[in-house]
Design a protein around this ligand. Structure first.
Ligand SMILES: NC(=O)c1ccc[n+]([C@@H]2O[C@H](COP(=O)([O-])OP(=O)(O)OC[C@H]3O[C@@H](n4cnc5c(N)ncnc54)[C@H](O)[C@@H]3O)[C@@H](O)[C@H]2O)c1
Length: 314
């Protein structure tokens, strides 16, 4: 299938590598002057975590700086340009005019609603546009949140989910649009309390990370908050858990922090991260992250099946 990636930053190069690893022919477009170099370097960095040969992948990837030429033969267009609503609107107006009439139009935006992006588009183009929000890095993590806008056709949602499953993703279709979608709302809630705990001196940033990677991280890799609490309640399940420990948790909700993300806070947090993790070995750290996440996902898939999680077939 011909797929066009619009935007070759962190997310675009990751998608590009994944799609090529699944045998798609990928055209990448971006006005940056180092487009060829950045795609080459990214594919070489990400291919090993997909057990793929980077030269073989690069053989299926073409860089094309001209947007209209890049989308002319696309069956699917994935947009991951900067998070700017006016830019995304103008990109999709141009993509809609230049791409084939049946092309799927997907935006990787982490927060802009599909109805907002599609505001000025003709109905036939808006019907084929939706948000397919990946979780970084898309070449590793399975989740893609699929969000339809008010004018997105049902068939577009079904086609997008099928396309995403075909490249190993686990699409979750949201029932309605919501600011920030689901995963980032959850992440924001946890990070808000993390900032509060670090800023109020309970733990430092590196200690807070250890608390998460030694507890919630592995727990949530194998069962989300609902399954985890359902089991945490013993044989009585979530009903017992919430009757027993729910009141304490609800009291804690009222005590959670509400930190400001002002200049001083940003500087203090960034300094703490730079001291703990440095800034001069990004490639090394991201390669280590990818290896570890791939290992966790493989172990998870070996250890449990969907049937196990549901407690057997009913
Ligand atoms: N980084 C993340 O964790 C993450 C996760 C999920 C979704 N997203 C979303 O993906 C999108 C891109 O994020 P990113 O982190 O890859 O940003 P980035 O800054 O790394 O990359 C953006 C790219 O867009 C390019 N660009 C600028 N103008 C363009 C144009 N007119 N046409 C095509 N490309 C253009 C830039 O040159 C750059 O290469 C955003 O909408 C963001 O919300 C990011």
């Amino acid at each position: 299938m011909n797929v066009t990636e619009v935007g070759a930053g962190t997310i675009g190069v990751s998608w590009t590598t994944l799609l090529a690893a699944h045998g798609h022919d990928v055209v990448v477009t971006d006005p940056r002057s180092d487009l060829v170099e950045v795609v080459d370097a990214g594919v070489r960095q990400f291919a090993p975590s997909l057990d793929a040969d980077p030269d073989e992948l690069l053989g299926r990837i073409r860089c094309e700086p001209d947007l209209e030429a890049a989308v002319a033969d696309a069956a699917v267009v994935q947009e991951q340009g900067p998070e700017d609503v006016d830019l995304k609107r103008s990109l999709f107006a141009r993509i809609g005019a230049a791409a084939p009439a049946e092309a799927l139009l997907l935006s990787s935006t982490s927060g802009i609603q599909p109805t907002t992006i599609a505001r000025d588009l003709d109905d036939v183009i808006a019907a084929r546009l939706l948000v397919a929000h990946p979780f970084n890095p898309p070449h590793v993590l399975p989740l893609v949140e699929v969000v339809a806008g008010e004018r997105t056709a049902d068939d577009t949602v079904a086609r997008a989910a099928e396309f995403l499953r075909g490249v190993g993703k686990d699409p979750v279709v949201l029932h309605r649009e919501v600011a920030g979608f689901v995963a980032n709302r959850l992440q924001s809630a946890l990070f808000r309390e993390a900032v509060h705990l670090v800023r109020s001196g309970v733990v430092d940033a590196e200690e807070l990370d250890r608390v998460v990677t030694g507890s919630l991280g592995p727990r949530w890799a194998t069962g989300g908050p609902f399954l985890s609490f359902h089991l945490g309640g013993g044989p009585g399940g979530l009903r017992h858990m919430l009757a027993h420990l729910g009141p304490g948790m609800a009291r804690r909700w009222r005590d959670l922090g509400d930190p400001a993300l002002d200049e001083e806070t940003v500087d203090a947090l960034a300094t703490a991260a730079e001291v703990a993790y440095r800034t001069d070995h990004y490639a090394e750290l991201t390669e280590a992250r990818d290896r570890a996440q791939v290992a966790v996902l493989r172990a998870r898939d070996l250890g449990t099946t969907d049937t196990d999680r549901r407690g057997g077939e009913h």
